[in-house]
Design a protein around this ligand. Structure first.
Ligand SMILES: [Zn+2]
Length: 594
């Protein structure tokens, strides 16, 4: 049930109405209902019930697509009104191309730790003073990530919010919170890729996870449950109603029209490579994959569907093949590089491309010069999240480093005057960056020193929960003067602690570390980037893409789209001095970051 008490709804409304102080002051606001019960759920987390007070009058409010559309449009209006008040008009600059970078699970602690990891990995000095590429982006904001039914969200609900403008339930993909297991049409929402294709733009998705995983799937699929990646995962009552995610990618728009599809997931696509080699064994629920039972080879079907392309479509399975693709000619490129996810970059396997390789290839296929209508591209650094889930802090931070390289590649290969680049996370994680380590201390090291009286040290990167608990639990090796709980860190060998499968300590035992519920940062660069400011609901990002890109529901918000791409040479002269000045300013701001 997506039923919320009236107080909570008032709270949401009052937060989105900036200039309505009388509303907030008049409200008899109370905190949202408490979580009453916790019980085991599926592999994406426990289900819970909300306590409903019998004394409070209840109004049933369904937070459906219409509800979230209104929230998104109000936020857009608020942001633009504030910009006008400050006489800043560059918000109206239009983006021909839009690239959305999602660091899955890249919360603020991960960004700060990842920045230091980058500096130390590159031996740039102490590390703390390092900058990530997106640190230099001119605009930032904070997104509230909760799902319609959960305080702490998952990637399906959050990606649906970002890519469709509609917040939805935990686990739901491309459908709003009115979704139904028995009706695949119920609550369907369009994505930024639908909007882009309707406007004649090219589209593409790039990820280090399976191409059918929650984040990329939310750009093209509509399905009750994110786990239904292949036919054998769709439960009996939904068979014949819901089509699995992999099939939706090649059968339905917008997926079947994508110019670029790069990632892992050969197995759910029915194209298993039985010879695949994996030299490092990583663990966790996401390491298991569903296998098709319908004998379909979807990449092969995709190739056949594109058989009439003037330039033959390219299907590749290795980095070597990817780099050989003539990206300036090929209009449709599919690269599936792994049966499951692409391996963590810290343990990259032979033949696997980096996120940077894939991003460069994608932009090559999408960028078609001044005569084209531009493009929309999703690039997901998908394994930051999965590293954290297993408490593999080193593997997770190395993914941040590689994610940063991919963003650098995008800046190097795009025109900053016409390309809006958003960098964000879908949600955070239960990871902390803590203690009082000295300046320049190894970010993956200990936060304090071993002392004779107390040999207990703890790590700067520590998890609130997860499987790291078990490895650090004290056993018979425990010295008398240590804590009764944890094995001293110096009893781990250097080899153990630098292994990609080393788990940092977790304080509460769980097989799978959880997400975090705090806001995530959004970094923005290029035309429309100053629409990203303040704190907003996560679904607002789809409205930023819509307004700045002149696609989808906000393209007619004001007359700015008919004025054309303000900052692009050769495009219509707007006649507005302020727009011209803003374009020059954004150009100057952009320069140091590239
Ligand atoms: Zn996750």
């Amino acid at each position: 049930m997506k039923v919320f008490c009236i107080q909570f709804v008032l709270l949401v409304f009052s937060q989105s109405l900036l200039r309505a102080p009388d509303l907030t002051s008049a409200a008899t606001l109370q905190p949202p209902p408490l979580i009453q019960t916790l019980s085991d759920g599926g592999d994406i987390g426990p289900q819970f019930n909300l306590e409903q007070s019998s004394e409070t009058p209840q109004v049933i409010v369904v937070e459906d697509a219409k509800f979230w559309h209104n929230v998104g449009m109000r936020q857009l209006k608020k942001t633009i009104d504030n910009a006008k008040k400050a006489k800043e008009y560059s918000y109206a600059n239009k983006a021909k191309n839009i690239i959305v970078f999602v660091g899955d699970g890249m919360g603020i602690a991960t960004i700060s730790a990842g920045r230091i990891y980058k500096g130390q990995y590159l031996k740039h000095g102490n590390g703390e003073e390092e900058t990530l590429i997106f640190d230099d982006f001119p605009n930032t904001g904070m997104a509230k990530t909760y799902n319609v039914d959960k305080q702490v969200p998952d990637s399906a609900g959050t990606a649906t919010a970002m890519f469709t403008g509609v917040k939805t339930d935990y686990g739901a993909i491309g459908v709003d919170s009115t979704r139904s297991e028995l009706n695949a049409e119920q609550g369907r929402v369009e994505s930024i890729m639908d909007w882009a294709q309707r406007a004649g733009k090219r589209t593409g998705i790039v990820t280090t996870t399976r191409i059918t995983h929650a984040t990329p799937a939310s750009t093209y699929a509509h399905i009750y449950d994110r786990d239904w990646e292949c036919d054998t995962e769709v439960p009996a009552q939904s068979v014949g109603i819901h089509v699995d995610i992999a099939r939706q990618l090649v059968e339905n728009a917008p997926g079947n029209k994508f110019n670029v599809i790069l990632g892992g997931g050969r197995k759910p696509m029915g194209a298993l490579n039985p010879q695949e080699v994996q030299t490092v064994k990583f663990e966790g629920p996401t390491e298991t994959i569903c296998a098709r039972n319908d004998q379909r080879n979807l990449p092969k079907e995709w190739l056949q569907k594109h058989a009439n392309d003037s330039v033959p479509a390219a299907l590749v399975h290795s980095r070597e093949e990817l780099l050989k693709v003539d990206v300036k000619q090929v209009d449709h490129l599919m690269g599936l590089f792994r049966n499951n996810h692409i391996t963590y970059s810290i343990a990259r396997q032979a033949g696997e491309p980096s996120l940077q390789d894939m991003t460069e290839a994608a932009i090559g296929v999408l960028e078609r010069g001044q005569t084209s209508s531009g493009y929309v591209l999703l690039v997901e650094g998908g394994r930051i999240d999965q590293g954290h889930h297993m408490n593999y802090a080193r593997a997770a931070l190395h993914e941040v480093y590689e994610f940063d390289l991919a963003i650098q590649a995008a800046l190097n290969n795009t025109n900053p005057e016409e390309t809006l680049i958003l960098v964000t996370a879908d949600h955070s994680h239960a990871v902390t960056f803590n203690g009082y380590p000295l300046r320049g201390n190894d970010i993956l090291g200990s936060a304090n020193l071993h002392k004779a009286k107390d040999p207990m040290v703890y790590e700067t990167i520590t998890y609130a929960n997860g499987p790291g608990y078990f490895e650090h639990l004290a056993n018979e090796t425990r010295p008398a003067n240590s804590s009764n709980v944890w094995k001293p860190l110096n009893l781990f060998t250097q080899e153990e602690r630098t292994s990609p499968t080393y788990r940092n300590l977790a304080a509460f035992a769980l097989k799978d570390e959880t997400h975090g519920g705090e806001d995530v940062a959004v970094f923005a660069h290029g035309p429309g980037s100053n629409l990203v400011r303040g704190v907003f609901e996560q679904n607002y990002l789809a409205y930023v893409v819509s307004y700045a890109g002149c696609i989808g529901p906000a393209k007619d918000f004001d007359g700015s789209c008919s004025r054309g791409y303000a900052a692009s040479p050769g495009d219509k002269i707007t006649g507005s001095v302020s727009l011209l000045v803003a374009a020059i300013v954004s150009l100057l701001v952009a320069a140091p970051a590239t």
